[in-house]
Design a protein around this ligand. Structure first.
Ligand code: ARG
Length: 644
């Protein structure tokens, strides 16, 4: 474009020189206007240059860009065909297969009744090369092999080195609410809540990385009839609870005790019912007792969050929606959405086989009611336009009902706001049965995390790391490995499936595990240090013109792999399946190893060990790899260490 403008200017200049301006006021006026125009062109050119020099705040998605090109070509060649474009990075290392491959011609051929290769040719014929495509070739039964131009890849890598890892473009900035963790007061925070915490935290991190405004909510179960028995039991066990903080050490045991009494002692049961009523009436005594019980639980939960590095999680439990529930019921009633059913008031959300119970026969509210109040509050009062609920798959029917009801009630417009139930399967023990301790009890999260720390310590000792690292470094490494491996084991499996919890597998340093990735990361990020290059020097290098070379096939392969990050994140945005990010990071570590094995970064004299040559460009590729891995691990909530 710049060249075209220059050419035009040059021609205008020539015409000027041939003009005779004498005595032609009309012409003089035109020349004057023309001058003004040229001034504007100069201004525009300057602002374009300024715009180009700005750090791009989004990464380019190669796959998305190629897909768009191909989509346009297919549309031009076959306007009638409705196809979803399939473009993938070529798995073969052979250069003649190109870098990306499109396989649409095969399926299209059936629809248009032509030979696949003919179809491929027709698509290629309409394909605009754009900045990215060097050449295309039709291969085999009708694949379109696409070779990328080196220049845009080099430029993007340079931007990565200079401006850091940036997210791919998003359609618009959203206000996102992620509802996750959400354990229940006075009950065991179990492995299901651990899954919700790990997945939810990662989803929230992803959304923040994408540049959205995120509110992470802990929708704790802090309301309901069970509080009656807890309050009644507290009043009996610690009569002076109002003045002296009761030493409830083990809340679960406390819960069990009160449950036993509730089930066996009729008088206690009556007192428990009375306590519920007085709590709902906001009686100060019962409210104080309720608060004490919630506080004790909260402390337990917080310990788990602190260890896992879960921050910015705002507690907003079911109790928050108390008054809003009354409003919701009134609104649904006057909208004619509620029908009586054996004393209850229910709502049939369109497309659902099970109704929501909005008001119980005793006039009380349910889990359904509080989620209806919550979704309404989140859409209106919070003005959120993306709601994410990270809750086990078992609650799928519940959320389907809530989303459908919200649409029916006119609160949720799918064209404006997006809602996702991010479900997950159950955690199994190595015997493939429900995850339990040897004695058959539910596993306490604290015990589980403690075992992780112990096992990680043993693993590091087995490798002799305890002798190499300082005590602080060892502790940091132990925690990074322990919590990293628990998170990664969860996140690296398709969340929709059940997953088998196994410390042995997650601590294996050879497969697709956190330990492997953490080692790979420390190794890669230490290469620049070995070459005695500080981050500042690296930055200077990255800015020096012409530094980038991608001549070796393994350099090229690594570069393409690194740029895939934007596409992987882009896909994550759609499906919120975090295991694809894990797979990507593992592949990146493997592709890096392929590169590092054959491309020397630092060449040393074999005998003296003296550094003969530092291949700066390759060191920069190492740096880019470390940056991408770090960004990925950050999204997964996995802490890295410099030494381990
Ligand atoms: N407390 C619930 C449970 O343990 C999970 C709550 C999930 N969030 C929600 N908005 N319903 O099953």
């Amino acid at each position: 474009m710049d060249a075209e403008i220059d050419q035009l200017e040059h021609e205008v200049e020539k015409i000027y020189q041939q003009l005779d301006l004498s005595d032609d006021p009309e012409l003089e006026k035109l020349v004057d206007e023309n001058l003004k125009c040229r001034y504007r062109v100069q201004q525009l050119k300057m602002s374009i240059a300024k715009e180009r020099a700005k750090p791009l705040d989004r990464m380019i998605s190669v796959q998305a860009a190629l897909s768009a090109h191909l989509q346009a070509a297919i549309r031009a060649a076959y306007p009638e065909a409705a196809t979803v474009v399939k473009v993938q990075l070529t798995s073969s290392a052979k250069e003649e297969f190109g870098d990306y491959q499109c396989s649409n011609a095969m399926s299209l051929a059936k629809a248009v009744k032509l030979q696949p290769r003919q179809v491929a040719a027709a698509i290629v014929d309409k394909l605009e090369a754009g900045d990215l495509i060097e050449k295309t070739e039709i291969a085999g039964p009708g694949f379109i092999n696409i070779s990328l131009r080196r220049q845009p890849v080099i430029e993007e890598l340079n931007r990565l080195l200079v401006h850091g890892v940036r997210p791919p473009p998003v359609d618009r900035k959203r206000r996102v609410i992620v509802d996750y963790s959400s354990p229940n007061i006075a009950k065991q925070m179990h492995v299901g809540h651990l899954r919700s915490t790990i997945i939810g935290d990662s989803v929230a991190r992803l959304c923040r990385f994408l540049g959205h405004e995120v509110l992470a909510l802990n929708h704790v179960g802090d309301w309901g009839t069970q509080f009656g028995m807890l309050i009644a039991h507290l009043k009996d066990r610690f009569p002076d609870y109002a003045t002296k903080c009761p030493p409830i050490g083990d809340l679960q045991a406390f819960y069990k005790e009160s449950k036993v009494r509730f089930d066996s002692d009729e008088q206690f049961k009556q007192r428990a019912y009375a306590a519920v009523v007085s709590l709902q009436r906001r009686d100060p005594d019962s409210t104080a007792a309720w608060k004490l019980i919630c506080d004790a639980s909260r402390k337990d939960f917080q310990r788990v969050y602190d260890r896992l590095g879960v921050e910015n999680l705002v507690e907003r439990g079911e109790s928050f929606y108390q008054d809003l529930m009354t409003e919701v019921v009134d609104e649904l009633k006057s909208g004619g959405h509620l029908v009586p059913d054996e004393g209850r008031l229910i709502m049939w959300p369109p497309g659902c086989d099970i109704p929501l119970t909005v008001v119980k026969s005793d006039g009380g509210f349910t889990y359904d009611t509080s989620d209806l109040a919550a979704i309404r509050q989140r859409l209106f009062a919070e003005s959120a336009d993306w709601l994410i609920y990270v809750v086990d798959i078992g609650q799928g029917v519940h959320f389907k009902g809530i989303f459908s009801a919200a649409e029916k009630a006119g609160w949720l417009n799918p064209a404006v706001a997006r809602v996702d139930h991010v479900g997950f399967g159950v955690v199994l023990g190595e015997d493939r049965k429900k995850f339990k301790t040897r004695s058959g009890d539910t596993v306490r999260l604290t015990d589980l995390l403690n075992e992780g720390i112990e096992r990680a310590g043993a693993k590091l000792a087995e490798k002799g790391r305890d002798k190499e690292l300082t005590p602080q470094e060892l502790k940091a490494a132990q925690e990074a490995v322990a919590y990293g491996c628990i998170k990664y084991a969860d996140l690296s499996h398709n969340r929709n499936n059940d997953y088998v919890f196994s410390f042995d597998k997650m601590l294996d340093d050879r497969g697709n595990t956190a330990v492997y990735l953490l080692y790979a990361y420390t190794r890669i990020s230490s290469i620049a240090r070995t070459a005695n290059l500080s981050p500042d020097q690296l930055l200077k290098l990255a800015k020096s013109p012409g530094i980038t070379e991608l001549q070796h096939p393994k350099e090229w392969k690594l570069a393409k792999q690194l740029l895939r990050f934007a596409d992987v994140v882009d896909k994550l945005t759609q499906d919120l399946l975090l295991h694809s990010l894990c797979d990507f990071l593992y592949e990146t570590a493997c592709v890096f190893t392929e590169f590092y094995d054959v491309c020397y970064c630092i060449e040393k004299n074999r005998d003296s060990g003296e550094v003969i040559r530092v291949n700066h460009w390759r060191i920069l590729l190492c740096d880019a790899t470390a940056k991408i891995m770090k960004a990925g691990l950050d999204i997964l909530g996995i802490r890295t260490v410099d030494r381990m």
